[in-house]
Design a protein around this ligand. Structure first.
Ligand code: 2IT
Length: 452
């Protein structure tokens, strides 16, 4: 009876969200994953019941959509769409990255902003959640085109952000170069030098370890998960997807801890390197990323002993640990079934929502160690939070200091997941743990601040 009631509550809630946000499949997917674990928790905790907390959390505080006109190298006028979703500011200024990719739309950014709220809460740092970006495609653009686009984007966005209001950072398609151009334009228009963006260069307020932080944090989290089974990374085989900033950090740290990385991937297919992606091959990933070509196949041109599998994903390669590090919905049920059948013991999400709901449910039903991105990839935004702290106190910490704090934060997130996610048979449901732990802090702050 009780259980049926809860199922009905979840169904009704999802139906309302669906009706209210038509044509937003990614946003709906993120909300569904959250609702299934958090609604039962709310129902059994009176202080959170009847306050419309989930209804409030799924409605952005503000969605800003704007025209971004710019001129390309041929003198043609181009028009892109810019967005900033200010999702929740209950625990701090909006914080979250900017994504420049042709797939960017309202649904994608709302899913990312929603995830960001709870991810940021899990870090324990005072950051609300937001996300933004544009459908602009950086592929094949010249450096000057990138600069002009970033300037045009910031000309509008600077009216809506600020170090105490909303602090953007990078995401897919937005790295150190773009952050530099965005920062320059903000400074020029507002005539103030502040920590309004994170992921800045070291010469103008950036933090050491920020480039590595997402990947390092993922691997620190993975280590904690393995430790619950008496396992460690040393000697394990790992499949990774993507070859961007996150994959690079993951691969560096896996190597440092004695693991062997077998794959990377791009939109064109995946690379299998039986000798392991290590040493100078890791540095080559940076070149590959900066080439603007976006082809994983270029790795095989440089290292011909590796194999390239066109149009395929790396999840068919047997491995102990899989770390999807590319983008949303890059690992489906069939991939999950292959990984489990091949004996994988751990899936650590490094990208945002790389696994479909069906894939997640398969890992959990098979009692495989599974961590959702909002827990395991929180090291990136956590280190952004540390960059904000350093900007505020006008000091720069050493790599060791930042790395140590990052490590402590990841261990803290793992503990929070255990606290709320441990099931009766001892299995740790990290999805449940991360969602509830992330929810509690935001809910407390919202309840304290009244209906605003
Ligand atoms: O998904 C993410 O957490 C990010 N892209 C980083 C956000 C940030 O503000 O550093």
């Amino acid at each position: 009876m009780m259980l049926q009631n809860i199922e009905k509550k979840i169904e009704d809630f999802i139906a309302r969200i669906e009706a209210r946000n038509p044509n937003e499949p990614e946003f709906l997917q993120a909300v569904k994953e959250f609702a299934h674990t958090v609604i039962p928790f709310i129902a059994s905790h009176e202080k959170y019941s009847g306050k419309k907390l989930l209804e409030r959390m799924t409605e952005p505080e503000r969605s800003i959509i704007f025209r971004v006109p710019w001129v390309d190298d041929q003198g043609e006028i181009r028009v892109n769409r810019g967005f900033r979703i200010q999702m929740n500011s209950a625990i701090g200024p909006y914080k979250g990255g900017l994504r420049f990719h042709p797939s960017v739309n309202l649904s994608v950014l709302k899913f990312l902003a929603f995830e960001q709220v709870f991810k940021n809460s899990l870090t324990t740092l005072p950051m609300g959640g937001g996300k933004g970006g544009s459908d602009f495609d950086p592929q094949g653009k010249s450096d000057m085109e990138i600069m002009r686009f970033c300037q045009a984007f910031m000309t509008e966005m600077c009216k809506h952000i600020g170090p105490e209001t909303d602090v953007p950072a990078g995401d897919i398609g937005v790295g150190a170069r773009e952050i530099g151009y965005l920062f320059g334009q903000y400074k020029k228009i507002r005539n103030e030098f502040t920590g309004v963006l994170t992921g800045k260069g070291l010469a103008y307020g950036g933090s050491l370890i920020r480039p590595e932080a997402t990947g390092y944090g993922v691997v620190y989290f993975c280590e904690q998960m393995l430790a619950t089974k008496g396992e460690k990374i040393e000697g394990k085989t790992v499949t990774v997807s993507g070859f961007g900033n996150v994959a690079w950090g993951v691969i560096k740290k896996i190597n440092a801890l004695g693991g062997k990385v077998l794959t990377i991937s791009g939109p064109d297919g995946y690379v299998y390197d039986k000798d392991g992606i290590s040493g100078e091959k890791i540095d080559f990933l940076l070149e590959l990323r900066d080439s603007g070509n976006n082809k994983a196949e270029d790795y095989v041109k440089k290292y011909p002993e590796a194999e390239f599998h066109a149009g395929k994903r790396p999840w068919e390669v047997p491995c102990d640990i899989a770390i999807p590090s590319a983008t949303q919905n890059e690992l489906n049920l069939e991939d999950a079934q292959k990984l489990v059948a091949n004996g994988s013991i751990c899936l650590t999400e490094a990208a945002n929502m790389p696994c479909t709901l069906e894939a997640i449910n398969h890992f959990i039903s098979q009692k495989v160690l599974f961590s959702p991105g909002k827990a395991s990839n929180a090291g990136g935004v956590a280190t952004s939070g540390l960059e904000m702290t350093q900007n505020s106190i006008r000091l720069n910490w050493s790599s060791e200091e930042v790395d140590q704090r990052l490590h402590e934060i990841m261990v803290g997130i793992h503990n929070a997941c255990m606290e709320y996610g441990k099931e009766e048979d001892g299995y740790i449901n990290y999805v449940k743990g991360a969602n509830i732990a992330g929810f509690v802090k935001v809910a407390e702050a919202m309840l304290a601040q009244g209906v605003v």
